[in-house]
Design a binder for this molecule. Sequence first.
Ligand code: G3H
Length: 496
Amino acid sequence: MAGKGVFEEIIDGDVYKYYADGEWKKSASGKSVPIINPTTRKTQYKVQACTQEEVNKVMEAAKAAQKSWARTPLWKRAELLHKAAAILKDHRASIAECLVKEIAKPAKDAVTEVVRSGDLVSYTAEEGVRILGEGKFLVSDSFPGNERTKYCLSSKIPLGVVLAIPPFNYPVNLAVSKIAPALIAGNSLVLKPPTQGAVSALHMIYCFHLAGFPKGLISCVTGKGSEIGDFLTMHPGVNCISFTGGDTGIAISKKAGMIPLQMELGGKDACIVLEDADLDLTAANIVKGGFSYSGQRCTAVKVVLVMESVADALVDKVKAKVAKLTVGSPEEDCDITPVVTESSANFIEGLVMDAKEKGATFCQEYRREGNLIWPLLLDHVRPDMRIAWEEPFGPVLPVMRINSVEEGIHHCNASNFGLQGCVFTRDINKALMISDAMETGTVQINSAPARGPDHFPFQGLKDSGIGSQGITNSINMMTKIKSTVINLPSPSYTMG
Ligand code: G3H
């Protein structure tokens, strides 16, 4: 149970503590931040409203702990990560319960998120041992004008303190996807969880605490973005930021110092459907891709671009599947659950009303109760409608009919986003050509967009972000190259 049993240490009264210097603490601010349950729209949990002074202390501790962590053998770092992964999986039920209450994630998906996170941590430990255990050896005489008098040995060293800021939709998984690579690479880690999702994140951090990482190496500060958001991202003690979220990332990138940034800032993933597509497979993927977790995924299918000749048939198949989606509470594991906040629901409704005024065809009646929005397919969407371009982050999916593949590619590439896209066709040659033409970080052929498996590279072009994620890329991104050059008095191949 959340905040009970082994987790009792992390709660004081009804307010969850923050984690600093290996201890669970109350903020000196005496203030807390409420977390509203999207389903009941009542306060479910409260977390500490940390102060800037507390952030300063966390940064000092992180810096000190990192120095000795970087000297801890790689295999020992991996061992602790494996331990944390196992503890995390053991406590999947309690953590999943928080995900259900804080972000209305359907019960089964919530458990999957925690298990996936444990697997991600273990895989990262293994990958780190492999790739960080290798370096490069160069000799000087391959460059013009040089004899073989220099041997260069290069290896990967940590950056220092990594600041991790995950989003509400995967507060555990997109936290560990930053924490594990940072730690295996020898960095310390400061986590600023999203408000909605903070309690799930604190439970997850407690699992790392139980695993026995050194004091100060991992911290988790909670609070208002207005008080500690900019303070954290502009803090001189931070050596790298890994952020997943919305346009705030663009603002962070303008304010952050000369440090590596890894950012994933959303997408408007297009699904291009050709005449020869397997329409049953396509419809199944559109429904899974567009409506899983009520469309609150960066990688959700966010616009269907279908050839006019098969559009009626495809829309009918999608409509039939949408009719089967269950709508209700996350506790009952419904497919469609309330969206995260009332303001998100209002934003989604604004997009729907705009499409209505401009003449989109509603395949279902629009229905909303509180934060719960029934799944909606909008047909005959045109480029003058906001929903053609903006990401609803909700269970509303626009369909645009196209008369040529070029028209589809043009719409996809005119977006300011470029995260993923997908194409459905039986012609692999066409699929590859379309993939090359789509300006997105990934193109899926005959499947909906998705980040996983978690060791695959994951990146966005344009406003969708910078840097590449996925386990190997994240480890590499959280290191820098250090070289040692051995200078010989004479070329090494002259003896004998
Ligand atoms: O929301 C952004 C996530 O990176 C999407 O991950 O494809 O596993 O749902 P997912």
